[in-house]
Write a protein that binds this ligand. Structure first.
Ligand code: NAP
Length: 643
């Protein structure tokens, strides 16, 4: 994995040059661990981070020099065996360190959350898992559906807690979305040193936002290292899960590649199927008539050579945004069909490599990695939430929903326009008319708009009316003849768990229960579906803050807590009360309506067919962390097997 500390053997000159690359607030905090001297975080001014520009918090030049010199001295002593072992300072010092690194902005409420997320010792989830392991699981058995990021995570925690489990995976390898999306240019767009498991840091990320093969390799290594691979049944699709009230058990019917079916009996089902794994093809008349190769971004046809071909791409969402620049130039011509332009978030280092010197810092400076992850977490606990929130009484033309949102709109509009040469049509086509944050904002280093301005790339903004054997016809009557058609049209995100048939208490099917409007309590549990737990379930996706791994870790912690309670109380099943679930969802809906993605003028995959935001979490991260610490007994109906 590359998450351990290595001994320092390099000379002073090497260390000094490596420290030039270090994130100084993280380095200051690391110095306290290394030396035991709390004065290393003393600054007589607060750090202020300009999102996206100064990540050093405005540390003054003289102080930068001083911090690096002190770090060199401390590391030299560590190397030469003259220093004590690095350690974790007392809680009051840690609290001060947190205050300094965050610029003194931490409300008291955040302290337990941040302390836990600093990953300095045994964390709440580790403690819970060890308690369960010591207690024994009384034969409790769990089926986990999916071996992607959330499934591996759930399996790891079951392993830790000594709970018997099986992972059912339709593919032949782990990785989920990182296995299936192999399109050119596919990469993570959350900072990689935060987009990894909190308990499995990787000091070797090659880039700040690494590419898909790196992500897939990371999850493969995790599955091996955690010992979960041998519990995974690959090539096994779950067809149905049916709850048996008499025994408080789930009967899970699976189908192997050869069509053979089998039923497994378990106490609980954990769904870790993700939100974005069923490709969505648009309902454009004639779609099936196209004679050339046609495929979806998540089913990339690597056997189709695009060189010298006329290629059409439908969609300008996160996927197309990444693969269009990669295939431009190879194709003879590229027509990009855009219905709605994306907002672009300036990220100059989006494609940058992590310098070797910085990788050295990660793997040789004790505790630096924890504080850097902590810093990224802090920057994303609220992220841009205030800027995508509606102001009461704000009057505008619908392109923004509040004063901060309007400022963001102006800044990003200027950013987009500044990149467009003399092309009034593109100037207008590239600027979204919906509020920033309405759809996912895309990290940009200038590549998107430079690609759209290539001579061999044509942006088409007229609606597609039909597809025929040889191309696409747009609303202006123009026929665009192409050889290859690529759909970057997203996924059936709001059809949670589709197409698995889940049948709960009283024989009700989950699809009928939800009727296209998936909801869950904390994104995890659903009334009438006892002991069914969803990870990355309804309303746990984020738009401008956090990472999905954070949400999955919280949800899995909560599930462990539920299992612990069941065992402790000697019950067979728990089922969330309908009113608890409904009140919670009313609260979530109210908050989502105040966010840019929830306002009526915006339509995206975040909303289901009924117009409800069924995907997103509308609050800062601390809120989800707090709510998932432990199941409240009164939230549930507890039952035991009959007889
Ligand atoms: P998406 O965001 O749903 O984008 C689909 C695109 O297809 C949109 O531009 C949409 O236009 C367009 N479209 C759909 N039907 C159309 C039609 N009939 N005619 C013309 N255009 C049509 O899908 P995605 O790009 O695959 O991304 C989905 C999500 O996956 C992202 O939001 C993100 O969460 C995740 N993702 C993440 C990464 C990453 O981390 N690096 C990369 C890729 C994807 P409208 O906007 O007008 O609907």
């Amino acid at each position: 994995m590359g998450g351990g500390m290595e001994p320092i053997t390099e000379d002073d000159a090497f260390i000094a040059s490596a420290l030039e690359r270090a994130h100084l607030p993280s380095l200051m905090a690391a110095l306290v661990h290394i030396t035991g001297d709390a004065s290393h975080v003393n600054l007589d001014y607060p750090l202020v981070y300009e999102q996206l520009s100064d990540m050093q918090g405005g540390i003054r030049e003289a102080d930068r020099q001083r911090i690096r010199e002190r770090a060199l001295e401390a590391l030299r002593r560590l190397r030469d065996g003259e220093a004590r072992d690095p350690s974790v300072p007392p809680a009051d010092v840690l609290r001060r360190m947190i205050d300094v690194v965050t610029g003194g902005k931490v409300p008291e409420r955040y302290a337990p959350f941040l302390m836990d997320e600093l990953v300095l010792g045994e964390r709440t989830t580790d403690a819970l898992a060890s308690q369960l392991a010591q207690r024994g699981s009384d034969g409790f058995r769990v089926a986990i559906i999916g071996a992607g990021m959330s499934g591996i995570l759930a399996a790891y925690r079951m392993e830790q807690a000594g709970i018997d489990y099986v992972v059912l995976e339709k593919n032949d390898e782990v990785g989920g979305t990182w296995l299936e999306n192999t399109y050119p240019g596919c990469r993570v767009d959350s900072s990689n040193h935060f987009y990894c498991y909190s308990f499995a840091p990787n000091h070797e990320w090659p880039q700040f936002f690494s590419t898909q093969p790196e992500l897939l390799e990371y999850f493969r290594r995790c599955a091996d290292r955690f010992g979960v691979r041998e519990h995974i049944r690959f090539g096994t699709e779950v067809v149905e899960a049916r709850y048996d009230e008499a025994t408080c058990r789930w009967i899970v019917r699976v189908r192997a590649r050869d069509g053979g079916e089998e039923a497994l009996t378990v106490n609980a089902v954990i769904s870790a199927v993700g939100q974005l794994n069923r490709p969505r093809l648009p309902d454009i008349p004639g779609r099936e008539r196209f004679a050339g190769p046609a495929f979806h971004s998540a089913r990339w046809r690597h056997d189709v050579d695009l060189r010298g071909k006329r290629v059409a791409v439908i969609g300008t969402g996160a996927s197309a945004f990444q693969f269009v620049p990669e295939i431009a130039g190879a194709a003879e011509s590229l027509h990009v069909f855009q219905r709605t332009p994306p907002w672009l978030m300036p990220t100059p280092h989006y494609h940058h490599d992590v310098p070797d010197a910085l990788k050295w810092v990660f793997s040789h400076v004790p505790y630096y990695d924890r504080w850097y992850r902590f810093f990224l977490l802090w920057m994303s606990t609220e992220g841009a939430l205030p800027a995508v929130t509606a102001d009461e009484g704000f009057e505008g033309d619908g392109r923004s929903i509040g004063a901060a949102n309007e400022l963001a709109r102006k800044a990003m509009t200027a950013y987009i326009r500044s990149q467009i040469r003399d092309d009034p049509a593109l100037q207008s086509a590239a600027v979204p008319a919906y509020p920033p944050g309405g759809k996912r904002m895309l990290r940009d280093n200038g590549l998107w708009l430079s690609t759209l301005q290539r001579d061999d790339v044509h942006l088409v903004t007229e609606g597609i009316e039909s597809i025929d054997e040889r191309g696409l016809r747009t609303s202006d009557g123009h026929h665009h003849e192409v050889d290859v058609l690529i759909y970057g049209t997203g996924f059936h995100a709001s059809r949670f768990l589709d197409p698995i048939r889940i049948v709960g208490r009283g024989g009700v099917a989950l699809a009928d229960h939800w009727q296209g409007d998936a909801r869950a309590y904390l994104g995890v549990t659903v009334p009438r579906f006892p002991n069914l737990f969803c990870i990355y379930g309804p309303n746990t996706n984020i738009v401008v803050n956090g990472s999905i791994i954070f949400f999955s870790e919280c949800a899995v912690h909560y599930v462990l807590g539920c299992i612990a309670e069941l065992l402790e109380r000697g019950h067979g099943a728990l089922e969330v009360h309908q009113d608890v679930h409904d009140d919670y969802n009313a609260m979530i809906d109210g908050a989502n309506r105040q966010r840019a993605w929830g306002v009526p003028q915006v339509d995206s995959w975040y909303k289901n067919a009924r117009g409800r935001v069924s995907q997103n979490w509308p609050y800062p991260l601390v809120e989800y962390w707090e709510r998932t610490r432990a199941p409240a007994r009164d939230d549930f109906r507890w039952t035991s097997p009959r007889g």
